[in-house]
Design a protein around this ligand. Structure first.
Ligand SMILES: Cc1cc2nc3c(=O)[nH]c(=O)nc-3n(C[C@H](O)[C@H](O)[C@H](O)COP(=O)(O)OP(=O)(O)OC[C@H]3O[C@@H](n4cnc5c(N)ncnc54)[C@H](O)[C@@H]3O)c2cc1C
Length: 391
């Protein structure tokens, strides 16, 4: 597993673009708790969202590996973790449209998602995000389709998004077979609130969404009515492993900062790089990078090949990635001493990295998921082949 020459070129190209468009205004947007729409537009205009979309749907017909190479480039060049979280939310939505979409999704939603619109993936509600099966937003059948009623909270990009992937229920379908996904556009009968004030990732605004009987057609239901949980798990499986892809690339910048500083900063008559405790912190960062990167690639391969282990590996990538990022950001901040603890990019790295322990499902939920998947895979192994085939 490794990048091809063309994927390396793609990564370099997007690293350069992010250096020009994301990094210079990152602090400005962080202070204002805003998504950088200009940078978003520049990446979209360059064709970022067309990369993994088949040519017959208006894309470049490349692969999710190519997209990941580009995303790594953006994480390296932009040095803005929040901005990457906004990209991840959009990427999962995009793939879901490609894989499960019908005519509306392919001819209306997808072209917008590829050409500069911002997408939101809305699962969480005020009463809880971990237990997605408890969602209460409901689509009530009408003569022409449905009316969507309910609300969501803590949704990435919601304050500025144009398109929304919404998990809810369809009224009057049997319990447990009523959960469905709706793709809707910003419009009347819905409102997004102000951005929430977060500890970090302030360039990736999150916020609430309310639906007051938003009319939607049957064609806006993604996949089949009642198929929402399956679509959700498929969508978040990509999102979660992308946290790992982004995390590893993002930490490369922190590693470089730590190495440069430790070679020039002196204490007790020597560069601090000479001290084993400092070396330990630096090697921790490298270990976090490599462990996160390779399990994320394994998860992506597994997802694209539709292997049974994809969900388990994706949660593993998310868990290792977010916990590795949080620990590594703390290590680097401490290497910089007081300068690290001042309001600086080092303390911001800690604030941003901590958010990944919760966004995309908490660490405990990833562990729960890994255990559930282990049991499931174990059971599948023990079932005699004849029974398995008959089922
Ligand atoms: C930066 C950021 C971006 C986000 N973006 C989005 C987004 O785009 N879309 C979206 O839908 N949501 C988004 N969220 C919300 C996020 O998905 C939820 O915050 C997360 O799933 C946890 O839900 P909760 O906050 O309601 O906590 P709860 O579900 O109330 O959980 C509270 C605590 O209980 C623990 N817990 C719950 N159930 C169990 C269990 N069975 N076993 C063990 N522990 C358990 C959790 O791990 C957690 O520690 C975002 C959050 C953040 C921080």
């Amino acid at each position: 597993m490794g990048w091809t020459l063309s994927q390396r070129a793609l990564a370099d190209h997007y690293e350069q673009l992010a250096r020009e468009h994301v990094a210079p205004r990152s602090e400005w947007h962080y202070e204002r708790e805003q998504l950088d729409r200009r940078a978003w537009r520049a990446l979209a205009d360059d064709g970022l969202w067309r990369i993994p979309v088949p040519e017959e749907l208006g894309g470049h017909g490349l692969t999710w590996w190519d997209f990941c190479a580009a995303l790594e480039g953006i994480a390296r060049g932009g040095k803005d973790l929040g901005f990457c979280l906004s990209l991840i939310a959009h990427a999962g939505f995009l793939r879901s449209l490609v894989n499960f979409g019908g005519e509306y999704h392919h001819t209306v939603a997808l072209p917008r998602m590829m050409s500069g619109s911002v997408g939101s993936t809305a699962l969480t509600e005020m009463r809880g995000g971990s237990d997605v099966g408890r969602v209460s937003a409901t689509a009530y059948p009408t003569e022409h389709g449905y009316k969507l009623v309910g609300s969501k909270a803590h949704i990435t990009n919601a304050p500025v998004a144009d398109m929304f992937w919404v998990l809810g229920r369809i009224d009057k379908l049997p319990a447990k077979r009523d959960i469905s996904v709706f793709v809707v556009e910003r419009g009347p009968a819905m409102r997004t609130g102000d951005h929430e004030h977060m500890f970090g990732n302030r360039t990736s605004p999150t916020g609430p969404i309310s639906f007051f009987g938003l009319p939607i057609t049957a064609g806006q239901v993604l996949g089949k009515p009642g198929d929402g949980l399956r679509l959700t798990y498929n969508t978040i499986t990509l999102d979660r492993l992308l946290y790992g892809v982004v995390g590893a690339a993002y930490l490369e910048g922190l590693l470089q900062d730590a190495m440069d500083f430790s070679e020039t900063r002196e204490a007790f008559g020597h560069p601090i790089a000479d001290y084993q405790y400092v070396q330990r912190r630096i090697t921790n960062v490298k270990l976090a990078i490599e462990s996160t990167r390779w399990v994320s690639y394994a998860a992506l391969a597994s997802l694209l090949e539709e292997q049974d282990e994809a969900v388990l590996l994706s949660s593993t990538a998310k868990l290792i990635g977010s916990e590795g990022m949080a620990a590594a950001a703390l290590d680097v901040m401490q290497i910089f001493g007081h300068a690290g603890y001042e309001l600086s990019r080092h303390s911001r790295n800690v604030q941003d990295a901590l958010g990944t322990l919760i966004a995309g499902g908490t660490s405990d939920i990833q562990r729960k998921n890994i255990f559930t998947q282990l049991v499931k895979l174990q059971k599948a192994k023990n079932i005699p082949v004849a029974t398995k085939t008959a089922a």
